[in-house]
Structure formats: C-alpha cells, structure tokens
Design a protein around this ligand. Sequence first.
Ligand SMILES: Nc1nc2c(ncn2[C@@H]2O[C@H](COP(=O)(O)OP(=O)(O)OP(=O)(O)O)[C@@H](O)[C@H]2O)c(=O)[nH]1
Ligand SMILES: [Mg+2]
Ligand SMILES: [Zn+2]
Length: 312
Amino acid sequence: MPKGRVFRSTGSWYEVLTEENTFLPCRTVGKMRLNKTKATNPIAVGDYVTYEKTDKEESGIISEVLDRENYVIRQSPRKKHLLHIIASNIDQAILIVTMRNPGLKQGFIDRYLLMTEPFNIPVYIVFNKGDLYTDDDLEYYQYLKEIYEKIGYTVFISSALEKKGITQIKNILKDKTTLLGGQSGVGKSSLLNVIEPGLDQRTGTLSEYTGKGQHTTTFAEMFPLPEGGNIIDTPGLKTLSYNYLEAEDVAHNFKEFFKASKACKFSNCMHRNEPKCAVKAGIESGEISELRYQNYSVILEEIEEQNYWERH
Ligand SMILES: Nc1nc2c(ncn2[C@@H]2O[C@H](COP(=O)(O)OP(=O)(O)OP(=O)(O)O)[C@@H](O)[C@H]2O)c(=O)[nH]1
Ligand SMILES: [Mg+2]
Ligand SMILES: [Zn+2]
C-alpha cells in the first residue's frame, strides 16, 4: 500500500504528500486502526500514513497511521478530558515569543517546554518583534537568554518587520521538520512569510486596545521548504494546562531539575519541602533558576488542585 505524509488536516479531509511528490486529498472511513490515545484528532499533521486511491484516483482513503517517532500534545482547550495532537514526527521546534504586543506571559516558555521535553525535542526560543524592544526589554531578554541557554536551549532575537534573524532561522530549518509555535499574535505567520514569501500565510492585525492576538491561523499546516525541510505553522496558544500529567511528569521534564534530582535525599523528591533536596540547594547556590522554579511550582499546584477536585 502506498505511503504518504499528512501536511494539513481540516478535521474530515487530510492533505497527504504522496511518494510521487503530489498532494492527494484523503479521508478516513469506518474502521481505521486508530492509535490508542485519548486524542480528539486521530490523525495529526506530520503523521506518516498508508492510503488507497479511490476509483477515480483523485482522492484517497487513509488506512493506517504509522507509528509516531514523537509528537507534541496538549490538553484540548474545549474538551478538557481529551488531548489534541498538535503535530508528530518533528525534528525540532521553534518557540516564538515576544516582549511587546502581546507582552510575554509569565510561565509561558516553561509550559511550552513541558510539551516538547518528554521526547527531548530540541527547542529554539526566538524573541520576535525585536524592533519594538526598549532598553528595559533588552535587559530582561538577556536575563532570560542566560537562563534558557544554560539549560540547553538556543535563544535569539528576530524581527519579521526589519528582517532580522531570518538567516539564522533559515539555517535552522534546512532539511528538518520544524514545529513553529507560540502565543497568538507573536508573528509566527509573519516570520514564515519573510522566510518563504511564496507561502503567503494570513497574518493578523493586533487589536490596538488589548494588544491580544486574534488567532489568525486556525489550524496546523505543514509546508515543504524549497531549500529542503518542512515547517509547521500552528494556531496561537492561549493557555497550556496539564491536567493529564502527574506531578512526577512535571519534575522529570524540567530537565535541569531532573539532572540535579539524582542527588536529592528521596528518589521521589518533588523539590518542595523535602529535606536534603538538591534542586533547592541548586537554587540557593544560583546554579538553578529561581524563575524556573516558580513556574514549576505553579504548574504543580494546578495539577494537585485538579486531582483534588477529581477525588472529591
Ligand atoms: N513590529 C513588529 N510587528 C510584527 C512583527 N512580526 C509580526 N508583527 C505583527 O504582529 C501581528 C501578528 O502577526 P501574525 O504573524 O499574524 O501572528 P501569529 O503568531 O501568526 O498569530 P496567530 O496566527 O493568531 O497565532 C501582525 O500585525 C504583524 O504585522 C515584527 O517583527 N515586528
Ligand atoms: Mg498565524
Ligand atoms: Zn529534590
């Protein structure tokens, strides 16, 4: 059976890139073998699938989703007990953030990294709209850059408006499948348009009053790049909640905490009030970021609160 890769999904139709390098619209019927996830979308952008052509050969029927090498999943914003697969089989992610229009949401970077860390997906953190940054913004940027580079993420500034940082992004993209993500209105689609003007992605205008993004991109879509590689544009994320994780999952995926935790007195230390905690010691000595720890604590509290309500 021929194989292909899903580049775009509207819910009922899937755009599949075939081995002949053409796009074939595909559907699923009846008893497709689904992966056993509690996902709202059984087939995600990035999936490799097998399909059969229909009689007229102008469309196809997906028969199977091949095993995923990795995937990025989030709690479905509407159906909270379900998960939504954002994309699968990716080599790396670029998280676009900005300090201005809209301002950087406290904790957002760490929440995003909690999605990519379970599969050790490399992440680049790009601060877009650099053209708008004040000296204070730049100072805060330097502070954040140090925190995240220390734990292994690459951080730099871009501007879609002034075409800055574009060569760097292009070099990162070459021959890889890259997930582009971030809050709404940070400029994901605008950057894509500068990187690859032919794509002509819809971009939004920010509502002047609130500075909040308008969710211009409405579904994830993958594009092949002429220089080699694929890029996945995604709709902006508003909130990232983690009701499907246990506290230990959070602790294991703050990677510098996990590394340090081998020296904690208790093997199941959650780094709160336990004695002889190596993470706490790391914060004392300045080796571990206090900001990361604050964000970690908030996520743990949220999860525990949810578990509490589920039990009572
Ligand atoms: N000043 C400035 N404005 C930018 C830059 N990049 C994007 N914008 C503006 O920010 C607004 C939002 O840009 P989009 O590219 O639609 O943002 P997005 O991240 O794709 O948003 P969603 O699709 O909703 O997730 C638009 O008005 C852009 O013109 C930049 O580098 N500098
Ligand atoms: Mg967009
Ligand atoms: Zn500990």
